[in-house]
Design a protein around this ligand. Sequence first.
Ligand SMILES: [Zn+2]
Length: 340
Amino acid sequence: VREFRAVLYDGRQAGGRAVVVSMTGEDDALRVVSEAGESLLEVSPPDYAIEPQLGSLPRRIRLADGAMLEVASSDWPPDFPDGSAAGGLMHRLHRAESSTWGWAVAVAGVIACFCFLYFFALPWAARAVAEKLPEVLTTKISQEILDLLDGKMFDPSQMAEARQEALREGFSLLAGRAEDWTSHEIIFRSSRLGPNAFALPGGQILMTDELVELAGSDEEVYLVMAHELGHIHHRHGMRMVLQSAGLVVAAAFFLGDMSSVAQLAGALPVILVESGYSRQFEHEADEYAARFGLASGIGVQPLVDFFQRIERLYGEEPLPWMSTHPATKDRIERIQRLVD
Ligand SMILES: [Zn+2]
């Protein structure tokens, strides 16, 4: 016979009543007597259920008539049924709480949550926001980025005005042959950093004189423009900026340091120009350029040629803006697969 002290809550009396519970060996019947020794009740399974243990909370035995016995966990007899038969989430929670494996699982869960946020929720939200941004705002952001870069990285283009105009016209002529391509404006600059091309969120494609010189033909220039147009079409710039911003704001929130959010504003143009897009964004822009090449009749070969030219000149460490997360070979293969 096992005996332990408990508090009986039977709903008839306010608060509980101190009792002594004994369990007879054979049929697991519980006998509850008052402290004075008066017999109060007797129950056998399945008319009572032991709740699984949760941390160091008092153990509970629920009785069929709605009453409950509460037992301080220190009073719980070690050889008494521990309610694990009840299984269930609460029991597993308790087990998780007390085992190293449980901690490992919990930590893995937290990491999984962050990965989900980082790889899915944040990009999804950034995309949703980027698509809703009013044109007035993206135009203004673009203008500010351009002003900032003009002071730091770019000088006015040295290309003859007629040459610039010919490239703009050539591109829009090709675009005009096919579907309704995303609206855009092409601007030229000379760059201290050499060949470069990128898209501003407001729809400007910035090409450096050095890139035009590097290209082996105007068709190569056009397909690089089309690639940048793909970034504009998919709003990659705004999405990347919003993702970075979301990440910094989230980090600041968790670390309790909001000053980094203020610094973020100044860093955005640099993020946009220097950090390069994700592999997925590059493939999307390549695909857009390939469609442009096919629709306009110049094909995809000029883009492949351009990539190979860059690879020959700059090797495996190419230009930062092309910092091909996707290896050049991989990009070329994908473009050619699109054609087949
Ligand atoms: Zn790109």
